[in-house]
Design a protein around this ligand. Structure first.
Ligand SMILES: Nc1nc2c(c(=O)[nH]1)N[C@H]1C(S)=C(S)[C@@H](COP(=O)(O)O)O[C@H]1N2
Ligand SMILES: [Mo]
Length: 321
């Protein structure tokens, strides 16, 4: 469970960082109980914020990551789209759903630069056109110890990397989110060192699990989930899965990440889900699947050890957290 060191009212705004924001325990339990009882999550958001009818994505193919392969229940679409972390639109869990309704994501330009054969300002639609979209059902685990099972739609990050052709000194890839104070009320305050930044080692980026997602539940990505394109790396804590990406830079050095800059002793570069390494302020041994009442044990690499474990062989994951 989250442990708050101080009351929110005690903290200066400069100290309020996303994962240390106060989460009222009773409110959280009540929400979990409501979800457990099968009552729509929509009850917590006024109908005025109801999004426009979502667009179905055409030609989505099945992948090997199906609901059967996960072997668990899918999380209802309501909590997936109404209980979010997207600090650019506010630090409350329902803020992104409420504040991102007018976010403009078309047209969208993705800059790809650094150690690549074909750098450029790519129009997102053109970049995606040659690739078939596939559905992948992944378990997602937030560092705040809640989790969900989400049917993403997207393409392998590796496919995009191969298309732009990386050079031999591309050891890492850095990602950046849009930083637009006009559209994103959250970036008007220095909650994080904007723009939101993330990074992967190049072998992590090339791992077949790494997904550039453009939708969920067969539909276009809702703004609050990181439209029009966001990363999904399900063996890492949720904050690695950076939303609304405008830039990918291939480079020789380990990229700075927003969370590491904000609290280096709590958030490292790797951030692999690891039940044996606690967060500085709470245990990571268990998680609450949204919709369940009881917690369940967290699995090493969020249950994806077979697919990703080899990349970390010989590394001290206590130090390289
Ligand atoms: N740009 C950006 N990306 C972000 C975040 C954010 O605040 N800003 N929050 C992260 C965190 S902490 C989590 S748990 C996931 C949540 O993704 P979801 O809302 O689609 O479940 O997004 C991640 N990506
Ligand atoms: Mo998270």
């Amino acid at each position: 469970m989250l442990i708050k060191v101080k009351k929110a009212s005690d903290a200066k705004s400069s100290e309020i960082t996303p994962h240390s924001v106060y989460l009222d325990r009773r409110k959280f339990l009540a929400t979990a109980a409501i979800a457990g009882a099968g009552v729509a999550f929509g009850a917590i958001a006024p109908p005025a914020f109801a999004a426009m009818t979502p667009q179905m994505l055409p030609g989505v193919q099945k992948s090997k990551w199906t609901l059967d392969s996960v072997g668990e229940k899918m999380t209802d679409k309501d909590p997936v789209t109404k209980y979010n972390n997207f600090y650019e639109f506010g630090t409350g869990k329902t803020d992104p759903y409420k504040n991102a309704t007018k976010f403009k994501t078309k047209p969208w330009t993705l800059a790809i630069d650094g150690a690549v054969e074909k750098p450029g300002q790519y129009n997102l639609e053109d970049l995606l056109k040659p690739h078939a979209l596939e559905e992948r059902v992944y378990r997602m685990r937030c560092v705040e110890a809640w989790s969900m099972v989400i049917p993403w739609v997207g393409i392998s990050l590796a496919d995009v990397v191969k298309r732009v052709g990386i050079k031999s000194d591309a050891k890492y890839v850095a990602f950046e989110t849009l930083n637009d104070p006009k559209q994103m009320p959250g970036v008007r305050r220095p909650v994080l060192n904007w723009p939101y930044k993330e990074g992967l080692r190049i072998d992590e980026a090339m791992n077949p699990l790494s997904l550039l997602a453009v939708g969920l539940y067969g539909e276009e990505m809702p703004n609050q989930n990181g439209a029009p394109i966001r990363l999904v790396v399900p063996w890492k804590y949720g904050f690695k899965s950076i939303k609304s990406i405008v830039k990918m830079t291939f480079q020789a050095t380990m990229p700075a990440t927003a969370w590491n800059e904000s609290a280096p002793q709590e958030y490292g570069f790797y951030s692999n889900v690891n039940p044996t390494v606690n967060h500085r302020r709470w245990s990571q041994a268990k998680e609450r699947r949204i919709g369940d009442f009881l917690k369940r044990p967290t699995k090493m690499f969020n249950g994806y050890e077979e697919e990703v474990g080899q990349m970390y062989a010989g590394m001290d994951l206590r130090k390289l957290y």
